[in-house]
Design a protein around this ligand. Structure first.
Ligand code: SF4
Length: 308
């Protein structure tokens, strides 16, 4: 079926069912276009709790994001269009590794990246996203902070919180997509486009972060494009953000730092699957209440600290 026709069908069904569609910045453009809200992980948390009027949420993102929306909305079904949309990074830090690290560093506070499953979040003192990691770390009482699973975000946070000892757990957690960016490729692009600003996500390797003009989450990168006087940007994150930028700020140019930076896990959702999810409501994401209760405390603490 033609994309625009299917989009209309999705919108009609969504309105009839009183559903709210939330989509991450890395979703396919045709999904971003019909979503009620598109954003980064932190914004999606806030959007999920503002969903009072919706009967249920269709979450176009990966597993940990849909779980987080469900934890924040225990009475509202959260449906994921493709249950296999899983972030490989979360498997790098199962709950038992967090428990082991807590035993090894009893005087440390545990700040976990939102890219973790609920069982791991339940072991944390607080959660963070790539947009607020150093702000949250700086507000913790303890000098030692256990942080995982992304080692590069740990490095970025440690650079900005010199009074904290950030201990990465595991030692070498990473995102398979952001690992693809190479300094040489970006420098070559910069040579051909000397007037372009290099925007880098903090999940990238430290060498890549060091050549950035700006480092931030997808939402912070988007805002930078709006606020900067530059007309050209080299975008060093998953290419879905470029689709959004082209749609919302068409007067500027966006050059992917690497065309192959595609998160196939995010892209598992398609318009057809969104339609079926709305129709069947079968693929509901549920977190056992004992785990959800503990994880909710850590997520809500982050949300509170983010507003301060
Ligand atoms: S881009 Fe990386 S961190 Fe984000 S969902 Fe994909 S694999 Fe996970």
């Amino acid at each position: 079926m033609e994309v625009s026709r299917l989009q209309r069908k999705v919108i009609q069904l969504k309105e009839k069912e009183k559903a709210l569609i939330l989509a991450h910045n890395y979703q396919r453009p045709e999904i971003q276009e019909i979503a009620d809200f598109v954003g980064d992980s932190l914004q999606l948390c806030f959007a999920a709790i503002r969903a009072e009027d919706a009967k249920y949420i269709v979450f176009c993102g990966v597993d940990f994001m849909a779980e987080t929306a469900s934890i924040l909305n225990p009475d509202k079904p959260v449906v994921i269009p493709d249950v296999e949309a899983k972030c490989p990074m979360v498997a790098q830090l199962p709950a038992k590794k967090v428990v082991e690290a807590k035993k090894k560093y009893p005087d440390a506070e545990v700040m976990l990246y939102i890219n973790t499953l609920a069982e791991a979040k339940a072991e944390a003192d607080v959660i963070c996203t790539s947009s607020n990691a150093f702000r949250i770390a700086s507000k913790l009482d303890s000098t030692k902070v256990l942080f995982g699973p992304d080692r590069n975000l740990a490095w970025y946070t440690a650079k900005r919180c010199s009074n904290k000892e950030i201990i990465p757990i595991p030692e070498n957690g990473y995102c398979i997509v952001h690992k693809l960016f190479q300094v040489e490729d970006i420098l070559l692009l910069k040579k051909s486009h000397p007037d372009a600003e290099v925007l880098v996500h903090p999940e990238c390797d430290p060498e890549v972060q060091q050549i950035a003009d700006f480092i931030g989450s997808t939402e912070q990168m988007r805002r930078r494009c709006f606020e900067s006087h530059s007309k050209k940007f080299i975008i060093t994150t998953e290419i879905g953000l470029i689709d959004r930028l082209k749609r919302e700020l068409p007067g500027k140019e966006y050059i992917p730092a690497f065309e192959g930076a595609i998160c196939y896990n995010m892209k598992r959702h398609t318009l057809e699957k969104v339609y079926h999810a709305l129709e069947s409501k079968k693929t509901v994401v549920k977190v056992p209440e004992d785990i959800a209760k503990k994880a909710r405390l850590a997520i809500e603490r982050m949300m509170g600290l983010s507003k301060q």
